[in-house]
Design a binder for this molecule. Structure first.
Ligand SMILES: Cc1cc2nc3c(=O)[nH]c(=O)nc-3n(C[C@H](O)[C@H](O)[C@H](O)COP(=O)(O)OP(=O)(O)OC[C@H]3O[C@@H](n4cnc5c(N)ncnc54)[C@H](O)[C@@H]3O)c2cc1C
Length: 426
């Protein structure tokens, strides 16, 4: 949680953030804790339904993963395969969840259009090239599952992927036409503006320590005050201090490093991204890239060892971009930043029933922009009293991961293993 905004591509290029100076009331219908995409989408939905909603944010708008992410809008799971979701949840529950997740990018672009949010939104499709023939077979099957659910997903042959990326190492891939890219911080500010316009209140620098249930509902204690509410929605993602510990310890935190290069020339753009589509391949150590409005390349990576990782990973990410995309000139690092994402043990999103009108949502698993739009909507419905059985995500009782403090070591070991496996596949 910070009092100044971090130096990221997004803080350098975003429009001015909205301000909300109004005093808070003694009581709200719903208090939303955390002003990331999840919290603000929930607050937006509640405010639009005429609920008196107050958002309490420990830092400034964009303090969490929503201000740090790369802006790839991807309406599926990073790690869970749709076929696995069917076998794990059974046909009815799986279909509900898959339709929800598959429609995530459409929901974001609908919100952007409906609210008139200016955030470089481009719904031009998302590409997932297949690394190795075995993965191509998996993607063929994956495309057919999404097609059965009426999603605009197709398998592309190796030549088509080569044309889209300028890379000839792939055995085909899929395109989801509903995916795309946004400027995440401008999107976040746009959501906040809608909440304020609809009569909601947002308080920054309001760290929530605890929520207690009393005879008159929930009493939410924050930095310099306290507010009563009929319902509370906890949207604090990977954070673990104060009230956030309730849900932050249910998943594995992942430190993700992002880089934006200097602008690249039009000729290279035409070769590596003729339709300006974002790309994320199937390697275990993912290779991703997208362009921003000024033709900067944005990519990211993770570190096996956290010490000095920011600079080291930034350099490694740009070296990888230059080598994979066969860039004639090293594009240089314009800005590098980092943030923390969270993975749930089964790689699926979760809603926690924390008791009598108190709900928490988590588990965007790296594909958070699309998923948070859906999760925020469901949390708003829960806060308004809708029954859990009518929702496509099951409500769970909160359960912290045993030895959560050591979870980053598991992530580091998984990354080292992933790199080795990718090398063997190549
Ligand atoms: C570097 C990085 C790159 C990523 N790239 C992508 C991408 O390209 N595409 C994609 O789809 N997903 C991406 N993700 C994932 C995505 O950004 C997240 O899943 C999503 O932003 C989560 O939103 P959220 O609102 O749940 O959480 P957050 O944005 O983390 O918001 C939680 C908020 O809660 C506040 N808070 C915490 N504790 C308290 C407290 N006690 N009291 C009050 N407030 C509190 C925090 O300050 C924070 O603002 C990326 C994540 C990272 C870290």
């Amino acid at each position: 949680m910070q009092e100044t905004r971090p130096d990221t591509l997004w803080t350098r290029t975003a429009a001015a953030p909205p301000t909300s100076g109004s005093a808070l009331p003694e009581k709200a219908d719903t208090v939303v804790i955390g002003a990331g995409f999840t919290g603000l989408t929930a607050a937006r939905a509640l405010a639009k339904q005429g609920r008196r909603v107050v958002v309490l944010e420990a830092g400034l708008l964009g303090s969490g993963a929503s201000g740090a992410n790369a802006g790839f809008l991807v309406p599926n799971f990073a790690k869970a395969d749709p076929a696995t979701v069917y076998s794990r949840l059974g046909p009815q529950k799986a279909e509900g969840l898959l339709r929800l997740v598959g429609g995530g990018a459409d929901t974001v672009f609908d919100i952007i259009r409906e609210d008139g949010i200016s955030c470089d939104a481009s719904q031009n499709g998302w590409l997932q090239p297949a690394f190795g023939e075995a993965m191509a077979q998996v993607l063929r099957k994956r495309a057919s599952i999404w097609q059965r659910l009426d999603r605009p997903v197709r398998f592309l042959e190796p030549g088509e992927i080569a044309h889209e990326t300028g890379m000839d190492i792939y055995s085909g891939g899929i395109i989801d036409e509903s995916g795309g890219t946004i400027h995440p911080l401008d999107y976040l500010y746009g959501l906040a503006r809608t909440v304020l316009r609809e009569g909601g209140l947002i308080r920054e620098n309001a760290f929530v320590q605890s929520c207690r249930r009393g005879p008159q509902g929930w009493q939410v204690e924050f930095t310099d005050g306290s507010i009563r509410a009929d319902s509370v929605v906890l949207c604090t993602n990977a954070f673990t201090t104060g009230i956030a510990g309730l849900i932050g310890r249910t998943g594995v935190p992942l430190r993700v490093y992002q880089v934006a290069t200097g602008p690249i020339d039009e000729e290279t753009v035409a070769r590596i991204s003729p339709k300006r589509r974002p790309v994320g391949d199937t390697r275990l150590n993912l290779f991703t890239y997208r362009l921003d409005r000024d033709n900067r390349l944005i990519s990211g990576g993770m570190a096996v060892f956290p010490f000095g990782a920011r600079e080291r990973v930034a350099k490694a990410v740009v070296r990888r971009l230059a080598s994979e995309l066969k860039l004639a000139r090293h594009p240089g690092i314009e800005v590098a930043w980092t943030g923390t994402a969270i993975m749930t043990p089964d790689f699926l999103p979760r809603i926690y029933d924390l008791g009598e009108g108190f709900f928490g949502g988590i588990g965007c698993n790296g594909r958070g922009i699309a998923m948070t739009a859906q999760l925020g909507g469901l949390l708003a419905r829960a806060a308004m009293g809708e029954a859990p059985q009518d929702m496509p995500i099951s409500f769970l009782r909160q359960k912290s991961l045993p030895l959560h403090a050591f979870a980053p070591l598991v992530a580091s070991a998984a990354l080292a293993h992933a790199r080795l496996k990718d090398r063997l596949t190549r």
